[in-house]
Write a protein that binds this ligand. Structure first.
Ligand code: PLP
Length: 421
């Protein structure tokens, strides 16, 4: 009964969501691993790509590959149009007010580094504070740590409770006038916790702090409206949202970006250069030094079209159902403990098994064709807080099925009994 529900559901917008048809869009999902169908449950690390994204990228190389910006010939103009169209597509997707607020980066990591080095180095001074949370990915810890070390500022951390929920009362207490920047994730990659980022931004703004939201795990799971959130900066990666690797986005409020110095320098980010002096380009080009990843922009734009076609409400519904089902099943296995049990969660299921090493479990699961991630998930401080060396993490996308959850659960049971022998 449940299977049919998930396979064919009518969504709020009246669209039919047919998971079998959706799976046909992803060529990799028909692969066999160790003679078994691939059960890909490592979507928080990177997502698989629909054929429309793959085709958009190959079309670019087959039909109009060329450098952009100053080309006067047809294919360069076409490439430039594709790049501009991608920016507009992203603007609309996150409801930014102005396309100049969209900066292409290599990914979330580079987007956060851009803000830390450009905004951070010009606004954070000795004695100031930067506030992050205990559940941050290393990409949202290390750039701030470096900034604070170099500026003699202090990095402070909002604690999480035993369920993996942000301690909001502690956040309010830590939010002093010294805090210049608050940087938190929208959704935790290790725990799945969905943070109340709108409230975080509201409180931080009341305090006069600027806010960066690491949206790497949120952009493809939930509707992100940067205007409604009020975020000053919002960062995400193409490869987590069914697009290619090596492309990402930094959204920044125009008035902040305009006042910020460039992060990298070279071609394209200038409007005039002499040996004595350089005049920088306007935003967003001021932050896009060098030849851009045009292939990536075409790919991320096709990924957005794909998400829009499926619908974020259908995606959310399917992923919630998968998470609930997997959580119920895994809770029935003796010795398994879920890490990250906040009520408001995305489709990430992290767990430890009594007496067993996460890595061994991951290797065993691969023999059944099941791909999961094991270890610290680039959140070593968080693992230390939970007092564990790491977890096994199964993360679900809308193209996963309840039948795959069953395969995963059976494989896990077998792995546990083999490893305990
Ligand atoms: N932030 C979060 C929450 C993530 O999950 C990740 C990647 O796993 C990153 C940042 C870094 O993203 P990227 O490696 O695409 O730059």
């Amino acid at each position: 009964m449940r299977l049919t529900l998930v396979k064919l559901q009518t969504t709020l917008t009246g669209k039919i969501f047919d998971v079998d048809r959706i799976r046909d869009d992803f060529p990799i999902l028909s692969r066999k691993i160790n003679g078994k169908p691939l059960v890909y449950l490592d979507n928080a690390a990177t997502s698989q790509k629909p054929i429309s994204v793959i085709n958009a990228i190959t079309d670019y190389y087959k039909k109009y590959n060329s450098n952009i910006h100053r080309g006067v010939y047809s294919i360069s103009i076409e490439a430039n149009e594709a790049y501009e169209k991608a920016k507009e597509n992203i603007r609309a997707f996150i409801n930014a007010g102005d396309v100049r607020e969209i900066i292409f980066t290599r990914g979330t990591t580079e987007a956060i580094n851009l803000v830390a080095y450009s905004y951070g180095f010009t606004h954070v001074n000795e004695g100031d504070e930067v506030l992050i949370s205990a559940m941050e990915h290393h990409a949202n810890i290390v750039p701030w740590q470096v900034l604070c070390q170099q500026k003699n500022a202090k990095l402070k951390v909002i604690p999480v409770n035993s369920k993996g929920k942000l301690e909001m009362e502690e956040f309010k207490r830590l939010l002093t006038p010294k805090v210049k920047i608050v940087a938190v994730c929208h959704i935790s990659n290790s725990l799945g916790t969905i943070n109340p980022v709108k409230e975080v931004i509201r409180l931080a703004h009341e305090n006069g702090s600027v806010v960066l939201i690491d949206g790497a795990q949120a952009i493809h799971h939930t509707n992100v409206d940067v205007c409604d959130l009020g975020a000053d900066f919002y960062a995400f990666s193409g490869h987590k949202m069914y697009g290619p690797m090596g492309i990402g986005v930094l959204y920044g409020k125009a008035e902040l970006l305009e006042a910020m110095p460039p992060y990298q320098t070279g071609g394209d980010m200038i409007s005039s250069v002499s040996f004595e002096k350089t005049i920088y380009n306007d935003i967003p080009l001021k932050f896009e030094a060098g030849t851009p990843n045009v292939e990536g922009t075409v790919g991320i734009s096709a990924a957005i079209d794909y998400i829009n076609e499926v619908g974020l409400d259908s995606i959310h519904k399917q992923e919630s159902e998968l998470l609930d089902y997997a959580t119920e099943k895994i809770n029935q296995i003796e010795g398994v403990r879920i890490i990250g049990t906040a009520q408001n969660k995305a489709s990430v299921l992290s767990f430890v098994v009594n007496g067993l090493n996460a890595l061994d479990i991951g290797i065993m699961l691969d023999t059944y064709g099941v791909a999961v991630r094991t270890g610290q998930h680039c959140t070593e401080p968080l693992m230390d807080i939970f007092g564990i060396p790491g977890t096994v993490r199964a993360s679900f996308a809308f193209y996963n099925t309840l039948a795959e959850v069953d395969i995963f659960i059976e494989a896990l049971k077998s792995a546990i009994s083999t490893l305990k022998r």
